[in-house]
Design a protein. Structure first.
Length: 144
C-alpha cells in the first residue's frame, strides 16, 4: 500500500524558520533508514504558503489566490510517499520520526488511491494509460 505521510505546518514553518543543523541531520538519518528499508518513494519539505498560490474552481471559472493562507493547522510543511504493507506499519515508522518542528507538531498518514479502488469505472485503456504515465514520470524523475 502507498501512503502520503504529511508533515503539518506550524507558525514556525510558515514564518520560514529553517531547521537546526541537529534536526536536519536527524531527519536525513531517518530518511536514509526509510530508503534502506525500501519504504520511501519520495519526500520533500515545502516552502511557506506565502510563496505559493491556490486556484479556486467554480464550474468554468478559475480564481487565483496568492498566499499566505490563514489556517496554519490546515497547511502542509512537507511530505513523504511511502510503500508499506499497512497503515499500522506506516504508524510505526512515523513514531520513529524525529519531531519535524522545533515545538509541537503533527504528522498525518493518508492512503493513496490505487486504480483498483475505482472499481468498474476503470477501463483497460485507463489502466494502460496510468501505467504508461507512471513509467514516464519515473524516467523524468531519474533524469532530474
Amino acid at each position: 500500500m502507498r501512503f502520503m505521510v504529511i508533515v503539518k505546518a506550524t507558525e514556525d514553518s510558515e514564518a520560514g524558520m529553517m531547521p537546526s543543523e541537529e534536526l536536519l541531520t536527524a531527519m536525513m538519518k531517518y530518511n536514509e533508514e526509510l530508503v534502506k528499508a525500501g519504504i520511501m518513494l519520495a519526500g520533500d519539505g515545502l516552502q511557506p504558503s506565502s510563496k505559493g498560490a491556490r486556484i479556486q474552481f467554480d464550474g468554468p471559472r478559475r480564481t487565483v489566490v496568492d498566499g499566505p493562507f490563514a489556517e496554519t493547522k490546515e497547511l502542509v510543511a512537507g511530505y513523504w510517499i511511502w510503500q508499506v504493507r499497512s497503515l499500522d506499519e506506516a504508524i510505526e515508522w512515523v513514531k520513529r520520526c524525529p519531531n519535524p518542528m522545533p515545538g509541537p507538531s503533527e504528522i498525518e498518514i493518508r492512503p493513496l488511491y490505487e486504480m483498483e479502488d475505482f472499481g468498474d469505472v476503470v477501463t483497460p485503456e485507463v489502466i494502460e494509460q496510468e501505467k504508461r504515465l507512471r513509467e514516464e514520470s519515473e524516467k523524468l524523475a531519474r533524469k532530474a
